[in-house]
Design a protein around this ligand. Sequence first.
Ligand SMILES: Cc1ncc(COP(=O)(O)O)c(C=O)c1O
Length: 459
Amino acid sequence: MLYDKLKAYSKSGVYPFHMPGHKQKAISDLPYELDLTEIDGFDNLHAPTGCIRDIERKAEFLYNANRAFLLVDGATGGILAAVRAMTSFGDKVLLARNCHKSVYNAVELCGLDPVYIQPDMIEGTDIFGSIDPDMLDKKLTEEPCVNLVIITSPTYEGVCSDIESISLICRRHGAKLLADEAHGAHFPFSDAFPESAIDCGADVSVVSLHKTLPSPTQTALLLTNDKDLEAKLQNELAVFETSSPSYILMSGAEACLNNMDYNSFEEYTNLLDDFYTKAKSLKNFRLLYDLGTMYDHDFGKLVITTYGTNITGTRLAEILRERFAIEVEMAAAHYIIAITSVCDTIEGFDRLYKALSEIDKTVFKTFEAAEIKTPGLPEKRFSPFEARRKAKRTIAFENAAMKTSLDYVYAYPPGIPFIVPGEVITAELTDYIKKLISSGVNVCSSSVKYPEYIGVADL
Ligand SMILES: Cc1ncc(COP(=O)(O)O)c(C=O)c1O
């Protein structure tokens, strides 16, 4: 039974460097007796005026937003609603290519035509860097019909972009800016973190409370400072969110927001500082924060890289799990991500550092990482919406080069597509994906028959 598995795991002593941000520590009790519905006196998430609206007001204060909407189906629901509220069917939208799959799903559902900018990789890595505001400016000049720009900042790896400049550029071109800030819910609580998207001028932002704050899984916020959008956002949330929101989740989010104590963030950021100082003594592993040229980085994301060493990120994650009882959030071919939060302990940070320094002594340097080559942006033949309406043929993935995909292919996590329906699959891409799979990365697809087969357009 799932319940027995969860119970057993909770007693296993494994240290969680992953979501949810509460790290399995209760900050409120969430029993069955509190699991209610919209009975008299308990407000309505889809038209809140009472106790639910009070939670949103608290969020507006903490996040410096005119309007905050409480979400119970993650940032995903907020992204779907925001994209629909900010566009009309058939619009052209500009996406940073490293957007999460929820953004692509919204684009398809809303019948939008996406154009992309692809941020450069951080030098010597296959990790997307910050978005270049000049590149965005140029693209918006080439695409004057775009009236919505969607970017991810911070990324899963904690890489931030210059939202202040980007929002000014968007405004100059008459476009709105939606920031997927799912990984940045903790930003307002310490000056040691990057500034929040709303404070930097984004029109709308979505934050997942559950990822980096002590709040139950699925809780999130949709934030805006644009008065004209408020009613539209509320209407679209009623389309995408359940009509039976969980009162347990909502009260869990409330407990989180009420407990955001700036002093505990000071302790937390001090622990992070100590960790980064100690990690400088590692000989083979490097932290992304110390590596690259990024506009800014959320140092709460410990991105430990194995570039240029004889082990993969997936192997490092396995060793941490098997020998040190540490579970990390994500393992890629050349790095792992450990998500930290205000609920992490000095013992947890020590355990991770000691484990890394022991493993670091057993690995050695190679030069293989210099050869990392990531595929460029694929050619787009149709929008994802048009692709959905094409006749589909299922073929072996190894024969897919130069065919037009009708499926997504992405590594999960982080859920950023390598190929989007309507795009041409290149041999470079199939080779790259094969390499990822052989280094243990979990590559998924919207095709149920993947990895053997993929759906392509029957042209
Ligand atoms: C960048 C990004 N945006 C959005 C989401 C969706 O967030 P949620 O899981 O809260 O629905 C994720 C999930 O991992 C993500 O990584």
